[in-house]
Write a new protein. Structure first.
Lengths: 450, 167
């Protein structure tokens, strides 16, 4: 093993300056391992939506960082999150992505069984453990639960660490974006729709998260799709009031000028959360759907309905690794698989009691922009992978996040700024250092141990 | 590349099989103008995301594309700032003998199912997809047109990198 480069809190802190970050953050296997051990344990990470497990015994397998977990509906109706690992020999308890396990899980290897909250239920030929002290071991405590779980309006989050920041303190006022997304349902409820897009990226997960509030790339990286759409539409020379094809509604706005994105605004919250689209967004002009506004007024009253639908909330990043689009009920999960490998899952949800046309538009957005077959996604992935390869160049070691930087930025305070600022990226790195180092020993402790 | 002519006669099994062979050849050789000419005005290209998916509209598909979108997809490939096509992607279809599932000359409607392997390559990467294509064809005067092409990828639930051309 090569000598570890990042042994102390100070070593990790040195990777992030107020407006530059060291490229090891994206490329180093050692930094990646520290992220899995610290960052993804100390933060609240998205697991799934409770409509994926509507009935008792329903489960869904996924991962938090690199940790395999099962999200399961327990017999008391609560959603539990357990490590997907038999406490006996380590076998994964569930392999399929979804299923119903009934009242208990049964390990396929030696038939140890567990209640859906993880408690050990039975072991075949149990007398073989009489007098062995099994009950004193961690194996006898059953499938291990993660540190803490919180269900926020249907969205399940977990913190792996036993101790740490509370859900409320971690997300604070940023939950207003989840509220707005869910409030857009006249019933105040979302339901998962279909399968997620699964798109493999050979780049570091943080590049994807940063891109969610990068408002200076659409008109450049996506000129080939959005610019060509506009060109074809002009060539067709249609009457001014002709209905525009879906690609013109969804893709063409990516060509909006810099001024549009500047005026859109960016808001940041403490702990790395933030969103684009404070004042307007590329989703603001989506054509209206008959019957929807009426249903909203019926449910909430005219004033409140107007307030809900008037919010823009283009992209909201929930640190560390998801983004939601409130106005179109999409959630993208940037799942790290290695320093240079990220699986992007793009989920969509139905607004309960809203017209079907809304979920049709959401599905349309998902496939047009975020599918492995998307002409927009193709150029994004090209940029990330070029960056991952380019960062190996030894001539330069730092990545710049300085646009509209101001001295003494205070990320503990909510702020609204020009929509082209990279403040949200700096906010993420500020949170990155905080939660990477929260459970790291101080330098002197490590040195004393050597 | 010439397109099949069925002037003043019924469409035969052989015509339908030839149609599918001609279509994949246009894709493999990059004869996209000919390919766009094979579609009805409201023709749709569907690539489901889910195994045996039934609804292309109210859940996510990989593709559900009208003629505007297909034209955009194809014009983009040749753009000066199409970064993901520098260098360009190439593709290759190997197809089984198509199953002709329906010939209705009276209605002018035909259904053909074809299993194929699709290879796409760019730089040092190459992907292989096993897929089933279903062509819903209609007769328009002296030729056949695609009303819907459905492409089911065998491992549609797997995670993919870019799929840039047309399986």
């Amino acid at each position: 093993m090569p000598q570890a480069k990042y042994q102390t809190r100070a070593d990790v802190e040195a990777l992030v300056t107020p407006y530059q970050v060291h490229r090891d953050i994206y490329t180093s296997p050692e930094v990646y391992r520290l992220e899995m051990k610290h960052l993804f344990a100390n933060t609240w990470v998205f697991v799934g939506h409770d409509s994926q497990v509507p009935k008792k015994g329903d489960y869904y397998t996924t991962q938090i960082g690199d940790q395999p977990v099962i999200m399961v509906r327990h017999s008391d109706g609560e959603v539990k999150v357990l490590y997907n690992r038999c406490p006996h020999k380590g076998t994964k308890i569930a392999i399929d992505r979804t299923g119903n396990t009934g009242k208990f899980f049964r390990c396929p290897y030696h038939a140890w069984s567990f209640k859906t909250d993880g408690c050990l239920l039975a072991i075949p030929l149990k007398k073989g453990y009489d007098g062995t002290g099994l009950s004193e071991t961690e194996s006898a405590r059953g499938m291990k639960a993660v540190g803490d779980v919180h269900n926020y309006r249907g969205f399940i989050f977990a913190r792996l660490a036993e101790e740490g920041i509370s859900f409320e303190e971690y997300f604070g006022d940023s939950l207003s974006s989840f509220d707005n997304m869910v409030d857009r349902s006249p019933a105040g409820r979302l339901e998962v729709v279909g399968q997620p897009l699964r798109y493999m990226h050979r780049c570091n997960w943080k590049m994807l998260v940063e891109n969610q509030t990068d408002t200076c790339h659409p008109m450049v990286a996506h000129e080939s799709s959005a610019g060509t759409a506009v060109k074809i539409w002009e060539e067709m020379d249609m009457p001014k009031d002709a209905p525009k094809p879906p690609a013109m509604q969804i893709i063409a706005p990516f060509m909006s000028p810099y001024e549009f994105f500047e005026e859109m605004g960016i808001r940041t919250w403490p702990n790395g959360h933030g969103h684009t689209g404070v004042h307007t967004s590329i989703h603001a002009d989506y054509s209206e759907i008959p019957g929807y506004e009426e249903a909203m007024k019926e449910a909430y009253g005219e004033e409140r309905a107007k307030e809900i639908l008037g919010e823009n909330r283009h992209n909201t990043v929930y640190f560390p690794n998801i983004m939601i689009k409130g106005p179109i009920q999409q959630l993208r999960n940037f799942i790290p698989l290695g320093p240079d490998k990220t699986l992007v899952e793009s989920w969509i949800y139905r607004l309960v009691d809203a017209p079907d046309e809304l979920v049709a538009r959401t599905a349309m957005y998902n496939r047009m922009i975020n599918a492995p077959t998307s002409i927009v996604g193709h150029d994004d992935l090209e940029m990330y992978e070029r960056a991952q390869e380019g960062l190996m160049a030894d001539g330069l070691e730092w990545v710049n996040v300085q646009r509209l930087y101001q001295d003494d930025e205070d990320f503990d305070a909510e702020a609204v700024e020009n929509g082209t600022t990279e403040r949200q990226m700096r906010n993420q790195f500020n949170a990155w250092v905080k939660f990477m180092t929260a459970s790291m020993p101080e330098a002197e402790v490590l040195e004393a141990a050597e | 590349m010439t397109t099949l002519d069925v002037k003043n006669r019924d469409v035969t099994r052989e015509d339908l099989i030839d149609f599918v062979y001609d279509e994949v050849r246009m894709l493999d050789f990059g004869h996209y103008d000919d390919w766009l000419n094979l579609w009805t005005k409201d023709g749709m290209y569907w690539m489901p995301l889910d195994y045996q998916q039934e609804d292309p509209i109210h859940e996510t598909s990989l593709m559900w594309e009208d003629q505007f979108m297909l034209r955009l997809r194809i014009e983009r490939l040749a753009g000066a700032r199409t970064f993901s096509q520098k260098p360009k992607t190439r593709c290759h279809h190997v197809i089984q003998r198509p199953y002709v599932d329906r010939i209705d000359n009276e209605a002018g409607e035909y259904l053909v199912t074809t299993q194929m392997h699709y290879v796409e390559t760019r730089l040092d990467e190459q992907i292989l997809l096993a897929l089933t294509a279903t062509h819903d064809l209609v007769r328009d005067a002296d030729r056949l047109l695609i009303r819907q092409k459905r492409v089911d990828i065998l491992n549609c639930d797997a995670a993919f990198g870019n799929i840039q051309l047309l399986p």
